[in-house]
Each structure stands twice: as structure tokens, then as C-alpha cells.
Design a protein around this ligand. Structure first.
Ligand code: PLP
Length: 282
């Protein structure tokens, strides 16, 4: 296994970063997680567009050939089905200081970990999620994919300790998203999802689901969603790159509708699998 650090491909134990790196001291860094299936980056361009958005938003200047770096990393690690983690931090001043200047050299780090080849997997193999609903403790720039994930981590841990798989977050009476996923709700054949804003991350899987819905003639709306609406939903889903689209079976211990994977989820899962198949086979 090799990792990428600042222009070099090295063994993990050969990769080291300064203790004064601002990623370490302040979470002054942004990241992406990109699935590769059989050596091919899934929605790679959308992920890289979002990376550029995050970098610009926090004013880190780094203009690498991201696709070339990640493709090579995946090839060097066997070229199979891998999740790629890419982090860019502002770098180090050589001492601890809150202020920064543009002369700092960003630290670029990437590594891979194995993922299941969801391409070709059946709907029966997908495990539905049990979730809790809790307060969104995050800042107001959730559109930036920052490594400052403490609120997400604390809330996910709270979910795990309650026997759940994910937490849905509520701020000012509105549902935003999950700790590492976007949220969808189905009522009477219409798909609803919170509209894009600085309160949520613009998920690449969220975008793909809306594209697939449009192509298949499934009506959808990007709206404000209130937690009370979960109780009367026909279906609830969450989405993310490494998990695709997952049906939520219960919320705070109460089943969603009959507590089974819903028909529109089955349809979206089929569309999703078909899209992946097209992409993998050219
Ligand atoms: N929302 C948050 C807070 C996330 O961390 C993630 C990704 O992990 C998502 C949504 C889903 O984004 P994507 O579909 O691009 O993986």
C-alpha cells in the first residue's frame, strides 16, 4: 500500500507531516472521499469541482492535477474498488499561530481503503438504516467540506450508542442532512430533499439522484423539510458516495411507514445500479 504526500507516493510509515501543520492544529483543511470502482473514479469531476469550491471558500491556493494524482494512487494500489481520501491543509508556518499568509505551502495527502464493489449488488443485499433525529451542532458553512468534523463525530457516536446507524440533523426547526449523508423523503410519489444552502453539503450522490429522478420522470422538489414531516413520510432515504442510496427503516425507534424498503427506493436503486453499470462498461 502507498499513500500520496506532497508530490510523492510512499509507504504510510514513510509519510510524515509537521506537528505545526494547520490541518492538525486547527482543522484548517478540506477533504474529499471519492469511490473508485474497478479503477474508475465515480463522479470524479463532481468531487473535484466541490474540492475547488471548498479550497476557494477557505482561500487555499492549490492547483494540482487532482485527477492524475488520484488515478495514479489507485493504480499503484491495485486499481480495484477503493475509496480515496484526499485532504488539503493550509500547511505550516513552523510554529503555532492563528494567522496565515499566502506563502504557506499547502499539504496534500491522499490514501485509499478497500470498499465493496456495489456495482452488481442486488437490492436485497442493502441493509436499511435505523436513525435518530438530533440537533445540528455544526457551523453555518456546511457547504465547505472541512475536516473540522467534531460535531459530526459526537452526534454519530450518540446515534451508535442508541443502536442507530446515522443521525438526521435539525437546525432552527428544519432538517438539514445526516452526519455524513444527504436526506430524502417520499410522500405520494413525490421525492423531497432539503434545498442546497450553506447549511448542507452539496452531495454528489444527492445531485445524481435528482438527475436520475428527472430522467425517469419522478417528480421531485428541493424544499424546507420539518422533522414533524418524517412521521407521515411514505419513505425516507439517505445518500452518500460510499453508500449510494440507503432506505431508512426506522426513526427514533418508530418504523417509517411499514418499516420496509419502499417501492420508490427500489426504483431509484435500480436506476442507480444501471447508471453505474453504464459508466463501468463504457
Ligand atoms: N453530507 C455530509 C455532511 C457529508 O459528509 C457527506 C459525505 O460524506 C454527504 C452529505 C454526502 O456527499 P456525497 O454524496 O458527495 O458523498
Amino acid at each position: 500500500e502507498v499513500v500520496y504526500l506532497n508530490g510523492r507516493f510512499v509507504a504510510p510509515d514513510q509519510a510524515s507531516v509537521s506537528v505545526f501543520d494547520r490541518g492538525f492544529l486547527f482543522a484548517d483543511s478540506v477533504y474529499e472521499v471519492i469511490p473508485y470502482y474497478r479503477g474508475i473514479g465515480f463522479r470524479l469531476q463532481q468531487h473535484l469541482d466541490r474540492l475547488v469550491h471548498s479550497l476557494r471558500a477557505i482561500r487555499i491556493q492549490a492547483n494540482e492535477d487532482w485527477a492524475a494524482i488520484l488515478d495514479e494512487l489507485v493504480q499503484r494500489n491495485g486499481g480495484g474498488s477503493l475509496s480515496v481520501y484526499l485532504q488539503v491543509s493550509r500547511g505550516s508556518a513552523g510554529y503555532r499561530t492563528h494567522t496565515y499568509d499566502d506563502r504557506m505551502q499547502p499539504t496534500v495527502f491522499a490514501c485509499t481503503s478497500p470498499i465493496r464493489d456495489i456495482y452488481g449488488e442486488g437490492a436485497d443485499q442493502v441493509q436499511g438504516y435505523h436513525v435518530i433525529v438530533t440537533a445540528d451542532l455544526r457551523w453555518h458553512r456546511c457547504d465547505i467540506k472541512s475536516t473540522g468534523l467534531l460535531p459530526n463525530i459526537l452526534v454519530l457516536q450518540q446515534a451508535r450508542e442508541a443502536g442507530a446507524d446515522e443521525a438526521l440533523l435539525v437546525r432552527d426547526g428544519l432538517l438539514s442532512e445526516g452526519t455524513s449523508s444527504n436526506l430524502f423523503l417520499v410522500r405520494q410519489g413525490v421525492l423531497y430533499t432539503p434545498k442546497r444552502s450553506s447549511e448542507i453539503l452539496g452531495g454528489t450522490t444527492r445531485e445524481l439522484i435528482l438527475e436520475l429522478a428527472a430522467e425517469a420522470g419522478i417528480p421531485y422538489q428541493e424544499v424546507d423539510l420539518r422533522p414533524e414531516e418524517l412521521a407521515t413520510a411514505d419513505e425516507v432515504w439517505i445518500s452518500s458516495s460510499t453508500r449510494g442510496v440507503i432506505p431508512v427503516l426506522s426513526i427514533d425507534g418508530e418504523p417509517v411507514a411499514d418499516g420496509r424498503k419502499g417501492p420508490l427506493w427500489q426504483k431509484m436503486f435500480a436506476l442507480f445500479t444501471c447508471f453505474q453499470h453504464r459508466l463501468m462498461t463504457g
